[in-house]
Design a protein around this ligand. Structure first.
Ligand SMILES: [Zn+2]
Ligand SMILES: [Zn+2]
Length: 203
C-alpha cells in the first residue's frame, strides 16, 4: 500500500509545488472571483431592466454575493427562476402593440348612427345614408366630418363652406331680382333682362 501511495503522493506534491501550476490555480481563483462579482453586477443590471423598484436590483446583487464564489451559480439559477419574466422595454413594447391593435379595431369603425360595419374610407353609410367623410375640395382626400380644416393640405372647410354659402346666396338674390324684373317689366324686355342676369350669375 505504502509502495503505491508513496510515488503518487510525491508526484502530487511535485505537481502542486510546480510554479506554473500555482500560477494557473491563482489565475483560476481570480477568474472565478471576477465571474462572481460580474454576475452580481449582471443581476443588478438585469433587475434594473425588469423593475422600476429601486431596491430590488440591490437585492439581486446581494443574492449572488451571498452565495459566495463557490456556490453563486446556484444563486444564478434561483435568480433566473424568480426574476420578472418581461423587461420594462418588453412591457412597453407589448402595451404599444396592444394600443395599436386597439386603434386598428377602432379604425374598423361602425356607423355612428346605425352601428353597421363601415369602411374607414367610405363617404356615406350605405345602410342609413349617414355622411361619414367629406372629400377635401382642394386635395381630394378623405376628411373626417368633424375636421374644420383639411389635415392633409390645410384647406379651411369653414371658409370654403361660407364661400359656397355666399355664392349660393348671391345666385338666390339674382333669381329674386330676376323674378322682380319679371313682375315689373313684360314681354321681350323681361326675357332679355332675365338672360342678362343669368349670364351675370354664371360668370
Ligand atoms: Zn349607418
Ligand atoms: Zn385637402
Amino acid at each position: 500500500m505504502e509502495a503505491i501511495l508513496g510515488p503518487i503522493g510525491e508526484f502530487w506534491e511535485g505537481f502542486l509545488s510546480n510554479p506554473i501550476v500555482q500560477l494557473a490555480s491563482q489565475l483560476i481563483v481570480i477568474y472565478v472571483v471576477l465571474l462572481w462579482l460580474g454576475t452580481a453586477y449582471w443581476a443588478f443590471r438585469d433587475m434594473q431592466a425588469r423593475t422600476e423598484n429601486p431596491i430590488l436590483p440591490y437585492f439581486a446583487a446581494a443574492l449572488i454575493i451571498f452565495f459566495t464564489p463557490l456556490l453563486f451559480l446556484f444563486a444564478v439559477v434561483l435568480f433566473l427562476i424568480v426574476r420578472p419574466r418581461e423587461t420594462l422595454a418588453e412591457v412597453y413594447e407589448r402595451s404599444l402593440a396592444e394600443e395599436s391593435l386597439l386603434a386598428e379595431v377602432e379604425k374598423n369603425e361602425l356607423c355612428p348612427v346605425c352601428r353597421d360595419r363601415v369602411d374607414s374610407d367610405w363617404l356615406v353609410c350605405p345602410n342609413c345614408r349617414t355622411r361619414l367623410h367629406r372629400v377635401c375640395p382642394s386635395c381630394n382626400r378623405l376628411a373626417e366630418p368633424t375636421w374644420s380644416l383639411c389635415a392633409f393640405c390645410g384647406t379651411d372647410f369653414g371658409r370654403e363652406s361660407s364661400k359656397a354659402a355666399r355664392q349660393s346666396g348671391r345666385s338666390a338674390a339674382a333669381v329674386e331680382s330676376a323674378e322682380a324684373a319679371d313682375n315689373v317689366t313684360s314681354g321681350a324686355d323681361a326675357t332679355a333682362e332675365h338672360a342678362r342676369l343669368r349670364g351675370a350669375t354664371n360668370t
